[in-house]
Design a protein around this ligand. Sequence first.
Ligand code: AMP
Ligand code: MN
Ligand code: MN
Ligand code: MN
Length: 314
Amino acid sequence: MREGARLAQCFLEPVGVFLRRRSAGAGRFLAVGGRGKAARMIDLHTHSKVSDGQYSPAELVQMAKAQGLTAMALTDHDTTGGLAEAMEAARALDFELVTGVEMSAFVGEREIHLLGHFIDPGDTALLGFVRTLRERRIERVRRMIERLNAAGVALTFEEVAGFCEGDSIGRTHLAQALWKRGHIQNFKEAFSRFIGKGRPGFVERTRVSSEEAIALIHGAGGTVTLAHGLAYGVTHEELAQLAAQGLDGLEVAHPDHDADMRRTIARWAEEFDLVPTAGSDFHGERVIPERRLCECGMARAELEALRRRRSGAR
Ligand code: AMP
Ligand code: MN
Ligand code: MN
Ligand code: MN
């Protein structure tokens, strides 16, 4: 069995447990039963307050260490600004920090999120790109506020900026400001009424193509993994395009992927020879209450398989 296929099976364990309860014919899933949760203590998808998370990069690393994780990637949206602090905290605790970023991009008309792992945080092309995106995000939030104001929703840029301590101002900060003003009862309502796609306050971010994002991450020495692909509606055809563009990995286990989705996407990882990965997409309880650090964890073998896909190793 190819490495990709073998690794993909690890992520089917939750499905296996589910199927075993319902049917005696799920024997093939028993093969992975020996991999307990304890072995999957690596989380490759987290956010700090340098983008839209609750905790500082150092706090996240400390939490990861205290909770028994064996490695963690910091993958803030469109910024590498938290990596120096996270690396410093990791050095002090003798913890393995994987440098990362989560870039928003488009494949055709589909918005996707790409995780870059093992990137060089000092890469000048990546830094320049991130700086431009940060400025464009500020302009976008100003335009969203204008639209909300025009729709009769009172809100100022300063109120929104008050929730953003980092580089990557966006809709989660808008949601918090809308909530503080009493316009909404919870974050979901912010998106369904005001700032989700098609709602009165929505403005699209600057479009970055998947080719551009993949080239930047590869240029910075990193690997590219499609984050929560099925939760964003990515089709088999779109995945084929991404694979042809040089995609390295596929996030199989994510809180927004149910058992059926994990099964489908694990099969796709095998078909396109992509490394299956897992991540919690943890933002902190205040930002996304139901998510926990490492609730979707991966094993050392998967991390090493991804590392082997780095530029140069390819
Ligand atoms: P932005 O990058 O500014 O467009 O913000 C996107 C972020 O908003 C995502 O990364 C999620 O953290 C959050 N988000 C998007 N849709 C929803 C939703 N329906 N409910 C809660 N949070 C959401
Ligand atoms: Mn986010
Ligand atoms: Mn995402
Ligand atoms: Mn994320």
